[in-house]
Design a protein around this ligand. Sequence first.
Ligand code: FO1
Length: 332
Amino acid sequence: MTTRQNCGGEAPAPKPEFFTRSYLLLCGGVGGSKLADGLARILPSGRLHVVVNTGDDFTHLGLRICPDLDTVAYMMAGLVSRERGWGREDESWSAMDALCSLGGPDWFQLGDRDLALHVLRSHWLRQGATLSEAMARVASGLGLKHVPQPMSDQAAPTEIETGQGLLPFQEYFVRQACRPVATKVHYGAADSAVAASPALSKALNDPDLAGVIIAPSNPILSIGPMLALAELRAFLNQGRVPAVAVSPFIGQAVVKGPAAKIQAELGLAPGDSGLCSLYAGWLSGLIVHADAVTPAPTGLPVPLRACNTLMLNAADRERVAREALDFLESLS
Ligand code: FO1
C-alpha cells in the first residue's frame, strides 16, 4: 500500500469545496476530543457532525455522568484539564472533600465546576429532556460552534467480562485502573432496542456527507460501542462515502489508556494491525504515526498516510484534522 510521508509538515489547506461538504466524526474521550477540536476549528458550523461514545456513561450519586461527551465539550470549549485529559482545567475539589468526609465514595473524582454540569444535565434529564437535547444546552452554555452529540439517546453501557465477572465500565476503567484481564467486551448498543441518536441518523442521511472520520480513540472501548449500532455498521458497510481512521497507536503503544493491553487480552494483533481487523470491511484508509524515531507501520491491508499524529497543541490538532480531510478527498 502507498504511504505518503508527511511528518509534522503543514497539511495542505482544504479546498473550497470542502466547505460545501459535511463530515461525520466518531469519537471517544481524550484522543477523540483532540481531533474533534481540530476539525471544529477548520469546518464551519453545520459541516461537522460530532458523534460521541456513551458506552462509558453511568449514574453516580444520582448524577448521569457522560465522560466522553464532556471531554469533547470541554476540549472544544478550551476548558479541559491538560494534565488529566478529562474534567476541567480551572477546577477545585471542595465538594469532593466534603463528600468524602461524610463517608461518600472517592474513587470517581468530580470537581466543583464539573459537578455543576452533572447536576444541571441530570436535572434536565429528569425533566424529560433527551441526552441529545441536554448536550445541545451544555454546548450552548459553553458557547460551542459544534455540538457534541451522543451515539444514542438510550443507555448503551459497555461492560467488561473479567475473572471477577462482568464489570461496569467505570468500575473497570477507573476504580480498578484497567488492571483486570478482559476476556470479552459487551456493548449495550448491540441490543437492537438501542437506536442511533437523531444527530447520528441525520449525519448518515446527510446528502452533503463526504466522509466519516474515526478519531484516535480506543478501537475496542470507545469506537467499538458505536460500531455495535446496527444503523451505523450498515451505513459503513454500504461504503457510500470513504471512512478514514486516525490511529491511536505510536508504534504498538498508545499515548494514553489501555488500548494495547485490551487488544492483546482479546487475542487481537497488536497496534494498527489489530485496529485494521476491528475496522475490517469498511475502512478506506488509515492515518498512522511516523516520526524521526518511529517508522510508519507496514503490511497493513488498507491505504496508509503517515504523519506525526501526536496532538500536543491547537496547531497539531488542526494539522492532523487537515490531514484527515485531505486523505478523505484523495480516497473519494
Ligand atoms: N478518570 C479517572 O481515571 N479518574 C477519575 O476520577 C475520573 C473522573 C471523571 C469525572 C468526570 C469525567 O467526565 C471523566 C472522569 N474520568 C476519570 C475519566 C473517564 O472515566 C474516562 O476518561 C473515560 O470514561 C474513558 O474514555
